[in-house]
Write a protein that binds this ligand. Structure first.
Ligand SMILES: *Cc1c(COP(=O)(O)O)cnc(C)c1O
Length: 479
C-alpha cells in the first residue's frame, strides 16, 4: 500500500478556495517559505479510499474478538463517546474561570465519588495519563508519607514475581530498590518468603489481586497485615478491575492506594497510544500528598483547591485527560449499582467458560477457577513438537482472531494469556474455542507448517524487536 505522499499527483486537489474579497497583504520575505510545503495533492475520492484502506488494515474490538490478557479490550458503549463529544466538554479551556466550567468540575467530583466507592478509597486524582503514570504517582505518595514522618530508612518496595512489568519499573523510577517475592504453588504470594522479605526498610508492597495469573490471592488480608505490621503501605495495581468491581474493594483488602486504568475497565478505547487515565485513589492518610489542584465542592459550587502544601506536586498539566473521565463517569452511571457487579461476574464467567472448553485440548497453567483471565502454556508442545506460543498466536491471525497476550506473565513458559471480557457472547466464545481446537490439531499433525504462519496477513512475521527499536516514522522526500 502506498503512503499518502506516494499517491500524490501534482495539481490534484479536493478544495476550492473562494476568490479573495479583501485587499491582499504581502508578508515580509523573512516570514515566508522559500519552498512550498510537501503536502500530498489528492482528490477527495483518493483520500477517502486511502483512509478506508488503512482502516481495513487495523484490527480493533469493533472487528472481532480481542482477548489481550491484562489489557481488557472490551467493547466501549457508543453513549460514552457521545457524552465525551458534547461541545460543553470539548470546547472548554483549562484556564477558563472556574464559575464558567462548573459542569466539568462536577464531572470530576462525581467520578471521584463513585470510583472511590468502587475501590474503597477516600480521595482520588485524575492527573496521571496512564496506568504506569498512576503507579508512579501512587508510589510517590507512599514515599512522601514516609518522608513527612521523618522515616528515611524505608528504601525498599516489595513486588511479587507475577507482577506486571511496570510495577518494578515504577518502584525504581520512584527511587526505591525492588525486592522480589516468589509465588507459591497456587500462584499466590509465598507468605513465608514475604515475612522474610519485610523489615524496617520496607516502604511498601505493590500487588495486583487477582494477579497476572488470573488468580485471586485468598491470603490477601494476611499479606497486607504483614506489610502494615512492618510499617509499610500497600499499593494496589488496579489497572484491571474487571474481575472485582462491585464484588470486593481494594480498600477493604487493606490497601492504602490504588490506581485504575480508566481506559481498560471503565471504557475508553485504547491501544495505539491514545489518551488514557491512570486515576489514583488513596485512603485519608495519603490524601494530603495528592497532586494539585484537586476539584472540591464548596458553598458556591465547585472550585479547584491549590492550597495543598504537602502535595507531591503536579504529575501532568492541568487535570489529566479529562474526556476519559467523562467516559468513565458515563460508564459508571449507565451500568449503575446493578450493572457493575454484573459486568465483573460476566467477565469471570466468560473466562472460566472458555478455559473449561479448552482444557481438554490445551494445558492450563493454573488449577481450579480463574478470575477474568486464564493462562495457556505450550511448554509441553514446544518440547515435544517445537511449536511455540508465537506459532499458535500467528495461526490465530489466519483465523481472523486477534491473538492473546504472549510470554506474560514471565513465570510461565510459552504462555498465552487470554482475557475474553464480559462483552463477548457465548456464540463468539464458541467460535474462538473451535478455531483454537482446529489450530491445535494442525499443530499436532504438521508442526513444521506452524512456523510458516500466518499466510493470510499483509505482513507475516516482522522482526518485532527491530520494529520496536528502530521504527521508521519519517518519510524522506527526494528533493
Ligand atoms: C495495563 C497494565 C498496567 C499499565 O497501564 P498503562 O496504561 O499501559 O501504563 C499496569 N498494571 C497492570 C496489571 C496492567 O494490566
Amino acid at each position: 500500500m502506498n503512503l499518502i505522499f506516494e499517491s500524490s499527483v501534482a495539481g490534484r486537489k479536493c478544495v476550492q478556495v473562494p476568490p479573495c474579497d479583501v485587499p491582499e497583504y504581502q508578508l515580509p520575505a523573512s516570514l515566508t517559505r522559500q519552498q512550498a510545503p510537501h503536502l500530498p495533492e489528492m482528490s477527495e475520492t483518493d483520500i477517502s479510499r486511502h483512509y478506508t484502506k488503512l482502516a481495513e488494515r487495523t484490527y480493533g474490538v469493533n472487528n472481532g474478538f480481542y482477548p489481550l490478557g491484562s489489557c481488557t479490550m472490551k467493547y466501549n458503549p457508543r453513549i460514552n463517546e457521545e457524552m465525551a463529544s458534547l461541545p460543553g466538554f470539548t470546547g472548554v479551556h483549562p484556564l477558563q474561570p472556574e464559575h464558567t466550567v462548573q459542569g466539568c468540575l462536577e464531572v470530576m467530583a462525581l467520578a471521584e465519588e463513585y470510583l472511590c466507592q468502587i475501590t474503597g478509597m477516600d480521595e482520588m486524582t485524575f492527573q496521571p495519563a496512564a496506568g504506569a503514570h498512576g503507579e508512579l504517582t501512587g508510589v510517590l505518595l507512599i514515599k512522601q508519607y514516609h518522608k513527612m514522618r521523618g522515616d528515611t530508612k524505608r528504601t525498599k518496595i516489595i513486588v511479587p514475581d507475577s507482577a506486571h512489568g511496570t510495577n518494578p519499573a515504577t518502584a525504581v523510577m520512584a527511587g526505591f530498590t525492588c525486592v522480589n517475592v516468589p509465588s507459591n504453588e497456587e500462584g499466590g504470594i509465598d507468605l513465608d518468603k514475604l515475612r522474610e522479605a519485610v523489615g524496617e526498610d520496607t516502604a511498601g508492597l505493590m500487588l495486583t489481586n487477582p494477579n497476572t495469573l488470573g488468580i485471586f490471592d485468598k491470603n490477601i488480608l494476611e499479606i497486607t497485615k504483614i506489610i502494615k505490621d512492618a510499617g509499610g503501605l500497600c499499593y494496589y495495581d488496579g489497572a484491571n478491575l474487571n474481575a472485582i468491581m462491585g464484588q470486593v474493594r481494594p480498600g477493604d483488602m487493606g490497601f492504602d492506594v490504588v490506581h485504575l486504568n480508566l481506559h481498560k475497565t471503565f471504557s475508553t478505547p485504547h491501544g495505539g497510544g491514545g489518551p488514557g487515565s491512570g486515576a489514583v485513589g488513596c485512603k485519608k492518610l495519603l490524601a494530603p500528598y495528592l497532586p494539585k489542584p484537586h476539584a472540591v465542592a464548596g458553598e458556591n459550587g465547585y472550585t479547584m483547591d491549590y492550597d495543598l502544601p504537602q502535595s507531591i506536586g503536579r504529575m501532568k498539566a492541568f487535570y489529566g485527560n479529562f474526556l476519559v473521565v467523562v467516559r468513565a463517569l458515563t460508564y459508571v452511571l449507565t451500568l449503575g449499582q446493578k450493572g457493575i457487579p454484573e459486568a465483573s461476574r460476566n467477565a469471570v464467567l466468560n473466562a472460566n467458560y472458555m478455559m473449561h472448553q479448552l482444557s481438554d485440548t490445551y494445558d492450563i497453567a493454573t488449577k481450579g477457577h480463574c478470575m477474568h483471565e486464564f493462562i495457556i502454556t505450550l511448554d509441553k508442545m514446544h518440547k515435544e513438537k517445537g511449536v511455540t506460543a508465537t506459532d499458535i498466536a500467528k495461526a490465530m491471525l489466519d483465523e481472523g482472531i486477534h491473538p492473546p497476550t504472549m510470554y506474560f506473565p514471565l513465570i510461565v513458559p510459552e504462555d498465552l494469556m487470554v482475557e475474553p471480557t464480559e462483552t463477548e457472547s457465548k456464540t463468539t466464545l464458541d467460535e474462538v474455542v473451535a478455531a483454537l481446537k482446529r489450530i491445535h490439531a494442525m499443530a499436532e499433525e504438521n508442526p513444521e507448517h506452524m512456523h510458516e504462519l500466518p499466510v493470510k496477513t499483509v505482513i507475516r512475521r516482522p522482526d518485532e524487536v527491530k520494529a520496536a527499536r528502530t521504527p521508521v516514522i519519517c518519510y524522506h522526500f527526494d528533493k
